[in-house]
Design a protein. Structure first.
Length: 283
């Protein structure tokens, strides 16, 4: 992790506000968010991290001013509490955090399956935001969906948006019930793309390619197409149409993939299964 240029300090989402951003849990996702905040120009001294088993990289941040595992008396007023622990650990972890939450604190959860109501029981009368990031956040290319309770003030929403934007795009929803579909599409979605890459590589081997070459071609193709989709103003359907010549090789393959029993109904079933499981886990 490198110190951000001085010119980035103007982007500090905490500029002009007091208080500490307290990150609880600095695993892969929490660590990615921390790295993103520092890249934005957040003053490391404004950040406190509670992580019982910090990685070497996280531990080194203490040399830059990040407060690692400070006593509660040294944390100060918490303007944002980011809960990034494993969902199953929440019942044990959250009670100890409650005394750190004041009327000025917004509690932000990135725990999968933990509802706004669950968080409100742990932090009565608090401003609460439930979020669902996804794996590409670990390289700053994720997308996070957020939903807040009615206690989240406009200034708190702006702060949360800025903190979440450090690891990618952010979308807000008003209906928490949509979060199960969010989990199914974007939360679990990277695994679908990885599976597609595996399937393409395996099909290439079946078509006669050496395994290493097939894997390289599939990986580069999926990564390149994803980057094109990211950069292009065109939607996915238009990009697909633009690369498909009538009667050509791509059209022959799409005739199979877009058949009545092709990828669309299969993906619909997969998304429905993931959303159903998300509802089951949330209780």
């Amino acid at each position: 992790m490198k110190s951000p240029p001085a010119s980035q300090a103007k982007n500090d989402p905490l500029a002009g506000s007091g208080g500490t951003v307290l990150l609880v849990g600095a695993g892969k996702m929490g660590g990615a968010m921390l790295e993103g905040w520092l890249a934005l120009g957040v003053d490391p001294r404004r950040i406190a991290v509670l992580e019982p088993q910090p990685s070497e990289e996280i531990a080194l941040l203490a040399l830059r001013g990040v407060r690692l595992n400070p006593p509660s008396t040294a944390i100060g007023e918490v303007v944002a509490l980011i809960v990034a622990v494993k969902p199953q650990s929440a019942p044990d972890v959250l009670p100890a955090l409650a005394p750190l939450v004041s009327a000025a604190t917004v509690v932000v959860s990135i725990m999968a399956g933990r509802t706004v109501r669950f968080l409100e029981r742990a932090f009565p009368a608090a401003a609460v935001v439930r979020t669902m990031p996804n794996l590409p956040a670990s390289i700053g290319r994720g997308i996070t969906v957020a939903v807040g309770n009615n206690r989240v003030a406009p200034t708190q929403r702006t702060l949360v948006h800025a903190l979440l934007s450090a690891v990618g795009a952010v979308e807000w929803i008003d209906d928490e019930a949509l979060m199960d579909a969010v989990v199914a599409v974007s939360g679990s979605g990277p695994a679908y793309v990885f599976l597609l890459t595996e399937a393409m590589a395996n099909a290439g081997v079946a078509a006669g390619l050496p395994p290493t070459l097939a894997a390289t071609l599939a990986r580069a193709t999926v990564a390149g197409a994803g980057e094109l989709l990211h950069r292009s103003p065109l939607d996915a359907a238009t990009l697909r149409q633009n690369v498909t010549s009538p009667g050509g090789t791509t059209a022959a393959a799409l005739d199979v993939l877009m058949a009545a029993d092709g990828i669309a109904p299969l993906m619909a079933k997969a998304i429905a299964a993931a959303a159903r499981r998300s509802r089951d886990l949330a209780g």
